[in-house]
Design a binder for this molecule. Structure first.
Ligand SMILES: Nc1nc2c(ncn2[C@@H]2O[C@H](COP(=O)(O)OP(=O)(O)O)[C@@H](O)[C@H]2O)c(=O)[nH]1
Ligand SMILES: [Mg+2]
Length: 364
């Protein structure tokens, strides 16, 4: 299952945000240190299309798309060069498919700040730089190895060129996510698990005394930074939303009066995570099960088969595909879609689209 790692400085509210998203009740505490095992929890992704498919097919089993969230230990300055918990922390980050980066905006005197003051922009940069340092280490290591070889294979030559591009990007203090890579190039770099290449969402963790972004310290520069970044940004009242989970809707309304909360932070974050993280869903429908499966945008029909079962990927012949819109407009039936000429037979290379209804033909 794809999973989203929650990163940030110690005491930025990572476990709080984790609880808001997962309702898992992880420990939240006003001091840093202690437990370093990550908290993990799986959440269902809200999707109206899925809900409708379940109503129509009334299957024995309904399995919505799921994403796992992992609450990682805090990252401190120097981690990218191996200081402190650096290495073990970064190996967890490298495992994640995407990152939710929590930035402390709340100004709560009783919670210490590892850098001594509340400064969202500085914290944003600290974390970005740690990720960049870590990747730089990986790139230099591999480039060193390649250059010590007498003769490079053609594919190693291509790899070297690509890694040199990565190197100059990182030396400019830019994350690898900002590189303009072809899907093939991106795929060939996947094995390195570059942490600065991972899709990232910034979570601005605010206090209920802060009405919106404009009441933050250095609001203008934060706004500018958000506009410049390729990462999405979500404003969240972390602690407030966590406390709201225990209240009735009426009580909750009283609490949130005057704050710019339209939709619960939980739904906003999950939807945003799914979209910004470049995830898409395809569906399989039948009387036994209606299921939403998660892929990365850009994945192929074989990846879709592999998500269902490795055997389906191995014995893949063709995929029968119809878009959700065509499917629902044609009686929610493959037979009717075929009659209407909207059912397609696609090969291995087909790039799956969000909302595709798919049936894999395979032979093993
Ligand atoms: N005032 C306020 N306090 C918060 C907020 N989010 C977290 N905290 C407090 O900050 C402390 C650290 O939170 P925690 O989620 O454990 O941070 P972590 O170390 O990043 O996992 C706890 O005492 C939280 O109650 C917030 O939005 N507002
Ligand atoms: Mg924590």
């Amino acid at each position: 299952m794809l999973h989203c790692g929650i990163v940030g400085l110690p005491l930025s509210g990572k476990s709080t945000v984790f609880n808001v998203i997962t309702r898992a009740g992880a420990e939240v505490k006003p001091y840093a240190g202690g437990k370093t095992d990550p908290n993990r929890a799986v959440v269902e992704v809200p999707d109206a299309r899925f809900d409708r498919l379940v109503r129509v097919h009334n299957p024995k089993k309904a399995t919505p798309a799921q994403v796992e969230f992992v609450d990682l230990a805090g990252l401190s300055k120097g981690a990218g060069k191996g200081a402190g918990l650096g290495n073990s922390f970064l190996s967890f980050v490298a495992d994640a498919d995407a990152l939710l980066h929590v930035i402390r905006c709340f100004d709560n005197m009783s919670v210490e700040h590892p850098e001594g003051s509340v400064d969202p922009l500085r914290d944003w940069e600290i974390l970005d730089m740690e990720l960049i340092f870590r990747d730089l280490g990986v790139v230099e290591n591999r480039l060193g190895r390649l250059s010590s070889k007498k003769k490079l294979l053609p594919e190693e030559d291509v790899e070297k060129g690509l890694l040199e591009r990565c190197h100059s990007c990182l030396m400019d203090e830019r994350p690898l996510r900002s590189l303009d890579l072809t899907p093939d190039e991106a795929r060939s770099l996947r094995g390195f698990s570059f942490v600065s290449a991972k899709p990232q969402i910034m979570v601005l963790n605010m206090d209920e005394t802060q009405r919106d972004l404009s009441s933050l310290p250095a609001a203008a520069s934060i706004g500018k930074r958000i506009a410049e970044t390729d990462a999405g940004a979500v404003e969240l009242y972390g602690r407030l939303e966590m406390d709201l989970m225990d209240l009735s809707p009426e009580e909750a309304e009283e609490f949130t009066e005057g704050l710019s909360i339209e939709e619960p932070g939980r739904d906003r974050l999950i939807a945003k995570a799914y979209g910004t993280l470049g995830l898409i869903s395809f569906f399989t429908c039948g009387p036994d099960e209606v299921r939403a499966w998660t892929l990365r945008d850009g994945d192929s029909a074989v990846d879709a088969a592999g998500a269902i079962h490795t055997d389906l990927a191995k014995g893949f012949i063709r995929a029968q595909v119809v878009s959700y819109e065509d499917y629902s407009a044609n009686g929610d039936s493959f037979a009717k879609c075929r009659d209407a000429g909207v059912l397609r037979l696609e090969g291995k290379e087909y790039r799956v689209k969000d909302g595709d209804i798919i049936e894999i033909r395979f032979n093993i």
